[in-house]
Design a protein around this ligand. Structure first.
Ligand code: SRM
Ligand code: SF4
Length: 575
């Protein structure tokens, strides 16, 4: 393993974060002590960096910032906790645990994320350890939910092809487990070391895959099952596209590399990128491909400039042929030629369906992944009541929605009744535009937000929907996404219509992403507020309604009609 030196492959000195990681003794830092410090609800910055690897971010409630400053109080420090489960599959018991923790420590709300995880917000420092312990008691984890490691492995929760899904999911789970950090720090800090004694040799501390400085940056893997590209496989650092034969049996995976969304406004050296398909591997080779790809990024990723440290830049700088050569060398075998595949969409398919295993699956529309009781709309209570009787599983989708999966014929009626009683919806009464909408968390918790997102998109949709309805497009699937900044947490750069926050109330508007998540969009208008957004969209929507070709998606139309140019790769995004 390389990279014990202090220079990046580009010979520049390593960034501050690299030094923090290196001297952290495998992610321990002084976390154990600072968590106990009774004087402040915060932790020092160095520990905050390490905390991310443990699945938590220190935040403060930005709605309260000014008021607290006026009162000369420290910010309202609180912690976000990300709970991950590969492919977003959890049992009803695990759902109930997350629900209980949310009610006890995290403001009575759960956030389903764009990577099929849970987020709890607003946990105060002194409740963090109990919360993490209970998450682990439920056989869930927060380790590596954030930080410079492989994150939650996404997997298509396809309820239509239950058998193939089961197999694909199993590979996603194995990749996830294989790439988990091995440090005992997590167990020592949060679980009082008890699991260490059970399962690990306490003499040696090793990270066989990551080494002592982990990766230069976060790393993301997703597994798609065509025709659904719900995991947005082209946005992933490493992707697997399941190839099934005519009987629906898994043959293996096409491998994709080098996707990513994040960028900085006004800095063309940073850009979103779509991944490239580089070949095919058998199912049992996927873990090896994942491990070797991660080690290549470990050894060649930029450790000097964090903005340039994602795997997409490693590949773009050195070239795809270099990467494939390096991968083959490390594997000791070669990928086969990529096999044909076809994606139809990247959204969710709502409502009840019967899977090939005879069980039933209900996909619910959860606006922006926010699970909360608001007035008469008792979403959180309803899901809790379902979890109490459900014997199948829950599946978080990559579009922030939820599937009540594997419902037996006997339980279907009961679950239907509960869904009705608590107003849980498959979104049928909304426009297809809203059903295909997604917004990142942004304010008030996200420290990087420049504008509202989750709290604003539903309101903006209230104003766009009448235009959609006037034009008879209420059942036309159009993918619309918003984020509060250009980090791209709701993968807006792949949406047909996107808004990326610039300042309070101001957004850059992008058009022309591929309906199946296969093409980046392009800047259409810069720094505009709501009035201009609506004025800009109205004629384009009208034009689309009148002049679209049969089956033509909105993203394709705006390119054909000349509103924006087609973007074929990330390097063309800002051009
Ligand atoms: Fe994200 C940082 C929320 C998916 C790209 N993301 C953040 C932080 C932790 C803000 C921070 O660093 O202080 C946000 C916490 C907000 C909050 O208050 O909860 C945050 N990201 C989210 C979630 C919760 C959005 C959501 O509404 O669901 C998603 C959690 C995923 C999970 O469960 O693991 C989330 N983030 C994504 C995605 C989409 C994906 O992974 O499929 C992306 C784009 C894909 C990619 O990584 O290229 C994404 N998040 C970022 C970036 C930009 C990374 C970059 O390459 O530049 C940041 C900032 C950073 O890393 O410095 C970021
Ligand atoms: Fe925060 Fe930006 Fe991610 Fe939205 S896109 S959650 S504002 S980092």
């Amino acid at each position: 393993m390389s990279d014990n030196n202090l220079l990046s492959p580009n010979s520049a000195p390593h960034s501050e974060v690299e030094h923090i990681k290196r001297s952290s003794n495998y992610l321990r830092g002084s976390l154990e002590e600072t968590l106990l410090d009774p004087i402040t609800g915060s932790i020092p910055e160095d520990d905050n960096r390490l905390m991310k690897f443990h699945g938590s971010y220190m935040q403060d409630d930005r709605d309260l910032r000014n008021e607290r400053q006026k009162q000369k109080l420290e910010p309202a420090y609180q912690f976000m906790l990300r709970v991950r489960a590969a492919g977003g599959v959890v049992t009803p018991e695990q759902w109930l645990t997350v629900d209980r923790l949310a009610c006890q420590y995290a403001g009575e709300t759960i956030r389903l994320t764009t990577r099929q995880s849970f987020q709890l917000h607003g946990i105060i420092k002194w409740n963090l350890k109990k919360t993490i312990r209970e998450v682990n008691d439920a056989m869930l984890s927060t380790l590596a939910a954030c930080g410079d490691v492989n994150r939650n492995v996404m997997c298509n929760p396809n309820p239509y092809q239950s058998e193939a899904h089961g197999e694909v999911y199993e590979w996603a789970r194995q990749i996830s487990e294989h790439l988990n950090p091995r440090t005992r720090a997590y167990f020592e800090i949060w679980l009082d070391g008890e699991k260490v004694l059970d399962s690990q040799d306490s003499e040696t501390e090793q990270e066989p895959i990551y080494g002592p400085v982990y990766l230069p940056r976060k790393f993301k893997i997703g597994v798609a099952v065509p025709p659904s590209n719900d995991v947005d496989v082209f946005s992933q650092d490493l992707g697997f596209i399941a190839i099934l034969n005519d009987d629906g049996k898994l043959q293996g995976f096409n491998v994709t590399v080098g996707g990513g969304m994040g960028m900085t406004h006004g800095d063309p050296k940073t850009y979103p990128q779509v991944a490239q398909v580089i070949g095919f591997c058998k199912p049992e080779q996927a873990v090896d491909v994942a491990e070797k790809t991660v080690t290549i990024q470990r050894d060649y990723g930029d450790r000097a400039v964090r903005k340039h440290a994602r795997f997409k830049y490693t590949i773009d700088d050195r070239g795809i042929d270099w990467f494939i050569g390096e991968l083959h060398k490390r594997l000791g075998w070669e990928l086969e030629a990529a096999r044909p595949y076809h994606f139809e969409h990247n959204g969710d398919r709502y409502g009840w369906v019967k899977g090939s295993n005879g069980k039933w699956h209900l996909t619910l529309f959860i606006q922006n992944g926010r699970v909360k009781d608001i007035g008469d709309h008792m979403l959180m209570t309803g899901l809790r009541e379902i979890a109490k009787v459900h014997t199948g599983d829950f599946r978080l989708t990559a579009n922030q929605n939820l599937i009540i999966a594997n419902v037996t014929a006997q339980k279907k009626k009961k679950i239907e009744e509960l869904a009705k009683q608590y107003g849980l919806t498959d979104g049928a009464h909304h426009t297809a535009l809203r059903r295909n909408s997604m917004a990142c968390v942004a304010l008030p918790t996200c420290g990087l937000a420049m504008a509202e997102s989750e709290r604003y998109l539903p309101e903006l949709l209230d104003k766009i929907e009448p235009i959609i309805v006037e034009n008879g497009l209420q059942e036309e699937d159009i993918v619309i996404r918003m984020t509060g900044c250009p980090n791209g947490c709701a993968r807006p750069m792949l949406a047909e219509i996107a808004f990326i926050g610039k300042a309070p109330g101001k957004y850059n508007m992008y058009l022309g992403g591929g309906f199946a998540g296969n093409r980046l969009n392009k800047l259409y208008k810069e720094n505009i507020g709501e009035t201009e957004i609506l004025e800009s969209l109205r004629p384009i929507i009208g034009h689309y309604a009148k002049e679209r070709n049969e089956g033509e998606h909105f993203g394709d139309f705006v390119i054909r009609a000349g509103y924006v140019k087609e973007v074929r790769c990330g390097q063309e995004f800002h051009a």
